[in-house]
Design a protein around this ligand. Structure first.
Ligand code: FES
Length: 218
């Protein structure tokens, strides 16, 4: 008998949202750990992910090798949870490769900024290597990262399903940011996706004028 007859059963989307929130909270909790404990937690998570990836890869390979299995696999990939899981491990591709963006540019200029599409953001010293910083300019949502001593700007949209990355966890030593939603990992200096190598964060040109970050969204 249903213990709570008045409530509707949760939908698959609700379940997925709840699971994504749970991942979000767990990653948030990792951020509050001491560096050594955080490193161990990240190493444990990576080991578990590698274990899962090996098993999933075997399953997908076997399904693809059989015509009926292949059909079933295509049906399964329509499920958002399965799709997210396989994409997170780089086993399937969720979108075509992003077109290469404009080259990154970091310059120090003491003169006031020009008006040719550059938009001012936060002060450069507000951008730390431990925390992403998000702001909006020129109609674009922008994510700033400091990686290997330099500030980088990307569109604040994960290449997986486009969710924002400002709550992502940064592994400073490895210079990697992990998406808080489903765990896609990116090189913080280039935006290259390490989870699905065909994906990439979209970079924007960036410069620092009088200590203020300026970005030129395309
Ligand atoms: S990994 Fe899914 S939105 Fe980033």
């Amino acid at each position: 008998m249903n213990a709570n007859p008045s409530s509707d059963p949760p939908s698959a989307a609700d379940d997925l949202e709840a699971l994504a929130s749970r991942v979000d909270r767990a990653i948030e909790a990792l951020n509050s750990l001491e560096p050594a404990a955080r490193e161990r937690a990240i190493a444990a998570r990576e080991a578990i992910e590698a274990f899962h990836k090996a098993g999933l890869t075997t399953i997908v390979r076997r399904l693809k090798a059989d015509p009926r299995g292949k059909e079933l696999l295509f049906e399964l990939v329509d499920d958002p949870g399965v799709c997210a899981l396989l994409a997170m491990h780089g086993i399937i591709r969720t979108q075509p490769p992003a077109a290469p963006g404009p080259p990154l540019e970091l310059v120090q200029i003491q003169m006031p900024g020009d008006s040719s599409g550059w938009h001012p953001g936060p002060r450069a010293d507000e951008v730390t290597d431990e925390k992403p910083l998000a702001f909006e300019a020129g109609g674009a949502k922008i994510l700033l990262l400091r990686a290997k001593g330099e500030i980088r700007a990307f569109r604040n949209a994960c290449a997986h399903v486009g969710l924002p990355l400002e709550r992502g966890m940064i592994d400073v030593e490895a210079s990697v940011i992990t998406c808080p939603w489903h765990g896609f990992r990116y090189a913080a200096d280039t935006g290259e996706c390490l989870s699905a190598p065909q994906c990439q964060l979209e970079p924007f040109p960036i410069r620092v004028v009088g200590g203020v970050v300026e970005v030129k969204p395309s």
